[in-house]
Design a protein around this ligand. Structure first.
Ligand SMILES: [Zn+2]
Length: 325
C-alpha cells in the first residue's frame, strides 16, 4: 500500500505533513500492478511534486515515466474520454482517468501504462472535509497526462490562454460577465492569446525570466510581443520546429467543425540546454491543454457550434506571426 497526500497549494508540503506529522488530509492510495510481485515501491520514487508548472490553479503531481497526475473537474475528465480523434493529436496523451476508486486506462495509452496499470485507487471520505477541494469539486477526479517537460534538462515553458472567449456554456451570468471583461481588457479579445505563465531559465548569456498570469493580464500588445520574443530567442532550427508544430495545430483546428476550446491554453515547452546528443523529440513540445470549458458537437448537452474555432485560430496566427523565421 502506498499512501499519497495531495495538497491544493503545495504537494510537497502535504507529503511531509502526512508522513512526518500524520495529519489526515486528502489521501490517494494507488496500488500499481507492477507492485503485485511484492516489491515495495517507495512513495518518494512514485509521486513527486511537479516543479515546472507555470499556469493554471490546480497543482500537478509528477508520476513516474513522464506522467502527471492532474486533479480535474468531471467535465474535463469526460472531455479526455470522449474527445474527437482529431483533437487527440493536439492534446497531451492522456493514459488514464481516475474517478473515485475507478481507474480507466485508455486503449491508446503509452506502453508503460498498458503494462503497469494503476489500480485500487481509494480516496477516503475524509477528503471531502477539505473546503478547497469541495469548492472546486476536484476531490475525486484525476487524469494521468504525459508530462511535456519529461527528459528535458532545462525547459523554458510558456502557457498562453488561447482564444477570444474563455467561459464555457455552463457558466453562470456572473462568471460570463467576469470572464468576458477579462478578455476585453487583455490581449485575448484582439490577439486571441494572453500570457498566463512564462519561465525562461537562466543561462550564461541570459537572465531568468518569470511572468505570472496577473502580469500577463496587464500586458498590452507590445509588452506581450516583447515577452514572447524573449521566450523565442532560440536558434533558427528550433524556431522552425516551433513553427511546424504550431502550423500542425492550426491545421487541425482549421479542419475541425464544431470544436470550441473555451478556456484552453497553448502549452509550449522548449529545451534550453541543447547538446549534440539531445534527441530532436526533446527539443520542442507544444500541446493544447485545459479542457474544463471546451466543447465539441454533442458534448454534455452544450450548445452546438458550427464551423471552426476562429478565436483559437486567431491566437495561433498571432503567434505564428511572432515566431516566423
Ligand atoms: Zn502512460
Amino acid at each position: 500500500m502506498h499512501y499519497f497526500v495531495i495538497c491544493e497549494q503545495n504537494p510537497l508540503f502535504s507529503l511531509k505533513l502526512h508522513f512526518f506529522f500524520r495529519i489526515p488530509k486528502m489521501v490517494l492510495n494507488i496500488k500499481r500492478a507492477s507492485s503485485l510481485d511484492g516489491a515495495t515501491v517507495n512513495v518518494q520514487d512514485v509521486l513527486k511534486p511537479f516543479d515546472h508548472q507555470v499556469g493554471g490553479h490546480t497543482p500537478f503531481t509528477s508520476l513516474p515515466n513522464g506522467h502527471l497526475l492532474k486533479p480535474c473537474v468531471e467535465r474535463e475528465l469526460y472531455f479526455y474520454q470522449k474527445m474527437p480523434k482529431s483533437l487527440k493529436s493536439i492534446a497531451p496523451l492522456c493514459c488514464s482517468t481516475i474517478q473515485g476508486s475507478s481507474v480507466s486506462t485508455f486503449d491508446d495509452s503509452c506502453v508503460n501504462c498498458r503494462q503497469h496499470q494503476l489500480e485500487n485507487v481509494v480516496i477516503p471520505e475524509s477528503i471531502e472535509g477539505s473546503p478547497i477541494l469541495n469548492k472546486r469539486k476536484l476531490s475525486k477526479n484525476f487524469i494521468v497526462l504525459s508530462d511535456l517537460t519529461y527528459r528535458m534538462k532545462s525547459p523554458r515553458i510558456l502557457d498562453l490562454k488561447l482564444g477570444t472567449r474563455q467561459h464555457g456554456d455552463q457558466a453562470t451570468v456572473a462568471k460570463i460577465a467576469c470572464m468576458t471583461a477579462k478578455c476585453q481588457s487583455t490581449t485575448s479579445a484582439t490577439l486571441g492569446i494572453r500570457l498566463c505563465g512564462m519561465k525562461r531559465p537562466p543561462s550564461e548569456s541570459q537572465n531568468q525570466i518569470s511572468i505570472n498570469k496577473y502580469e500577463g493580464r496587464q500586458m498590452g500588445k507590445m509588452e506581450l510581443f516583447l515577452a514572447l520574443q524573449q521566450f523565442f530567442d532560440v536558434s533558427e532550427n528550433v524556431l522552425e520546429l516551433v513553427q511546424t508544430k504550431l502550423l500542425a495545430i492550426r491545421d487541425v483546428l482549421n479542419e475541425t467543425d464544431g470544436v470550441r476550446l473555451f478556456g484552453a491554453s497553448l502549452l509550449i515547452v522548449i529545451e534550453s540546454e541543447i547538446t549534440e546528443s539531445t534527441p530532436i523529440e526533446n527539443l520542442v513540445r507544444i500541446k493544447v491543454v485545459d479542457f474544463a470549458n471546451a466543447t465539441f458537437g454533442g458534448f454534455q448537452g452544450d450548445n452546438i457550434y458550427e464551423g471552426k474555432d476562429e478565436g483559437s485560430i486567431l491566437g495561433l496566427d498571432t503567434l505564428l506571426g511572432i515566431v516566423k523565421c
